[in-house]
Design a protein around this ligand. Structure first.
Ligand code: ZN
Length: 257
């Protein structure tokens, strides 16, 4: 049993193949899905998928690269969607200094990151956090604006030394396809040290497909490959990792067993 805590089934990459996507996943034991929005339109689509399929849940929010492109009034959509019973988190939100390089962009990203954490706190929802090339700034903002319903560091790419700082804030650490890459030394170290009770797994489909599908379009049916790699690094089975991470995801997102 596996819970894909971060996938973009709401992406155009999967248009008209949602059913097949979910069936292929279920055939290998992946039976829970959190579909993540990155702006108002994709968040709305995530909610539609959650309404249509059992065991599919939605997270709604503005990705740090998308906050820069959207007029202010479209944030109202997120606020409205947060009351939906299958919206279990606010995300993905955070900082991305890889794709956006100017100080002006960074400042806007920080402003909307804080504002979306405040919104999550008002609705008592956990947050799904994206952080790329901005790990120290992300930690700083989270310390100053603590997500009260918790959250998860999605596709964690920081060093193992920073893991305790995020755990201290009550956050989970989620690992994805990169942990399977042969050159992913840091990710593999992280996979060994995150306590099982704080670990989650995800595909981030359609991105970051795990080995041996690296470079292909990713999908939730590849999630057991990620669990198997983490398991082998820790002397456990893929199923053990699946059980722990599913339990953790259900606890954070308040999904009934
Ligand atoms: Zn994502």
């Amino acid at each position: 049993m596996f819970f894909d805590t971060h996938c973009h089934l709401n992406s155009d990459d999967f248009a008209n193949d949602e059913k097949g996507y979910l069936e292929r996943a279920k055939a290998v034991g992946v039976d829970h899905f959190l579909v993540i929005g990155w702006d108002d339109v994709s968040s709305q689509k995530a909610v539609e998928l959650a309404e249509k399929y059992p065991n599919v849940y939605a997270a709604v929010g503005f990705h740090p690269c998308d906050v820069l492109k959207v007029p202010e009034d479209r944030f109202a959509v997120i606020k409205r969607l947060l009351s939906h019973p299958k919206v279990v988190a606010l995300g993905e939100i955070g900082l991305d200094y890889y794709w956006n390089k100017t100080e002006e962009e960074h400042e806007l990203q920080r402003k909307y990151f804080v504002r979306q954490i405040e919104l999550a706190n008002r609705f008592n929802k956990p947050v799904v956090i994206h952080s790329r090339d901005a790990m120290a700034e992300t930690l700083q903002i989270l310390k100053e604006n603590k997500p009260i319903a918790g959250g998860v560091m999605h596709c964690y790419s920081g060093p193992k030394e920073m893991v305790p700082d995020f755990l201290a804030l009550g956050l989970y650490i989620s690992l994805g396809g990169p942990v399977t890459f042969t050159n992913a030394r840091v990710s593999k170290e992280v996979a060994k040290v995150v306590p099982l009770k704080s670990l989650m797994i995800e595909t981030d489909a359609p991105y970051l497909a795990p080995t041996p599908n690296r470079g292909k379009k990713n999908e939730s049916s590849y999630l057991p490959l990620i669990a198997a790699e983490i398991g082998s690094l820790r002397g456990l089975d893929a199923e053990d990792i699946g059980e722990w991470t599913t339990r953790n995801a259900k606890a954070l997102f308040h999904v009934k067993p």
